[in-house]
Design a protein around this ligand. Structure first.
Ligand code: MG
Length: 479
């Protein structure tokens, strides 16, 4: 068995002998596990107020760690939200936000550009092993897969679990009716989604009944591997559920009081409990930080197949709070000071936060939208982030400055909603009115002026490259 000290000795020896590895090898650098749910709403955990979904493992993590009530993603749909997390940048900066296609599809031609620095590439500079499990959704062609963007290994599906639908003649259904009416009749083989190991397809269609358990088995293997070799690691575990279609293992079916959706959320919770137990059994819990959050709000148009944003307004696809504020927990008994945190944070901040903890300097050749959260996590001090820019497609829809949020444009999450311009903007105080019900623009012209200054400053540094989501392959043959 190679212990941690020996690993660092080997790393240093390797550095001297090859003169190529990072200078910043930090012996106290923690392991990082980011667990991303898909389309889970702000109100879908019992610790965030759900009355019938039972999530005891996540709730316990929220007690032992930090429960964040104002934590955001970088966009309200899958692809750009994942791009934001993985690069620490607003996805409009890297071409992964589009007016033509909101996410990547199986006929999409592009993926995350090679010029982007992913968190995995960043942590490799400090000698981390890097692993990805689950839904990638940043390009499924080989050049764009995780193992070409800083990850040592990959096990998962390259895009959403509802893609590659094999039309069921017996259901004679619209897309939306699949989730509203037929959701309990759907089978995993109705979706010809591939499961990959590194770059190879190993199963198609992916068996989605067992996928949560199998992702977790892989995660536990990675934990065991690094207990043995002592190498610090970063694991990005992106569950493709509870995004529709919903599937659950036989042993957890019918267990929840919330129907199939609740069964799926509870199965994810149970499996997160397995990861925490593995860390404790291996004595790695004191030097591992686990972050749990979701990629965007609930897909409200899927009715009972979707979740809830609790008291927050709207859901997936929208720049109202329900689209982008997520139930978030930071757990790490050796590093994270327990408490309930009402400060603003973002998945984009993980880039700077992990870099700081691992001792890696931030890149200086690009604009980052990432703030180091370590003062909040480790000491419960005030963090630096006090603003957020909410983009939809390639337009700035809203801005949050402190407690205040101004909407310049609003539109419903999904479907044929009107796009409404607001001049003056709508203004809400999210501390007093988290549900965004009472427009107070007339009461606070001075806040609108402050927000305008923040927008002008932000736009000085904004340039949008080519839209990479727009290009689709006309020769692609759908199943
Ligand atoms: Mg999603």
């Amino acid at each position: 068995m190679i212990n941690k000290k020996l690993f660092f000795f080997l790393m240093l020896f390797s550095t001297f002998s090859t003169n190529s590895l990072a200078q910043n090898i930090n012996q106290n650098a923690p392991n990082f596990i980011v667990i991303f749910a898909d389309d889970l709403g702000y109100g879908d955990l019992s610790s965030f107020g759900h009355p019938s979904i039972h999530t005891p493992h996540l709730d316990q993590m929220a007690i032992e760690g930090q429960q964040w009530t104002n934590f955001y993603v970088g966009a309200s749909v899958c692809t750009p939200s994942r791009a934001a997390l993985i690069t620490g940048r607003l996805p409009v900066r890297n071409g992964l936000m589009s007016n033509k296609s909101r996410v990547f599809f199986p006929d999409s031609k592009n993926g995350i550009p090679a010029s982007e620095i992913t968190i995995a590439e960043q942590l490799k500079k400090a000698g981390y092993a890097t692993h990805m499990i689950g839904k990638w959704h940043l390009g499924h062609r080989e050049a764009y897969l995780p193992t070409n963007h800083g990850f040592d290994s990959y096990f998962g599906i390259p895009y959403s679990n509802d893609m590659d639908y094999v039309v069921r003649e017996d259901l004679k259904s619209t897309y939306w009716d699949l989730w509203k009416v037929h959701y309990e009749k759907l089978k995993t083989e109705d979706f010809n989604v591939p499961l990959l190991r590194d770059k190879e397809i190993i199963e198609r269609p992916a068996n989605q009944y067992t996928i949560v358990n199998r992702y977790t088995d892989e995660a536990i293997k990675i934990i065991e591997q690094h207990q043995t070799d002592g190498q610090p690691f970063f694991l990005y575990l992106a569950h493709n559920l509870p995004h529709v279609p919903l599937f659950v293992s036989e042993q957890n079916k019918g267990k929840s009081k919330n129907g199939l959706y609740g069964d799926v959320v509870e199965e994810i919770d149970l499996n997160i409990g397995r990861i925490i137990s593995a860390l404790k059994e291996k004595q790695m819990h004191k030097n591992t930080i686990v972050v749990f959050t979701s990629d965007n709000g609930p897909w409200l148009q899927t009715d009972l197949s979707g979740g809830t944003a609790g008291m927050l307004r709207d859901g997936k696809g929208s720049t109202f709070e329900g689209g982008v504020r997520e139930p978030t927990i930071f757990w790490g008994p050796g590093h994270v000071q327990p408490g309930r945190i009402n400060q603003i944070g973002s998945t984009m901040d993980l880039f700077a936060t992990f870099s700081a903890m691992a001792g890696v300097a931030l890149p200086e050749d690009r604009v980052l939208d990432s703030y180091d959260l370590t003062p909040v996590l480790m000491k419960r001090q005030k963090g630096e982030r006090n603003k957020l820019f909410y983009y939809r497609e390639r337009e700035l829809y809203a801005v949050r400055l402190g407690a205040f949020k101004a909407h310049f444009i609003t539109k419903g999450g999904y479907g044929d909603f009107p796009r409404t311009l607001h001049n003056p903007p709508l203004l809400y105080n999210l501390d007093e009115d988290p549900a965004e019900r009472f427009n107070i623009a007339q009461l606070h012209p001075e806040i609108l002026r402050e927000i305008k200054v923040a927008v002008d400053e932000h736009q000085k540094n904004m340039s949008m490259p080519k839209d990479l989501l727009a290009e689709r392959d006309p020769k692609y043959i759908r199943n």
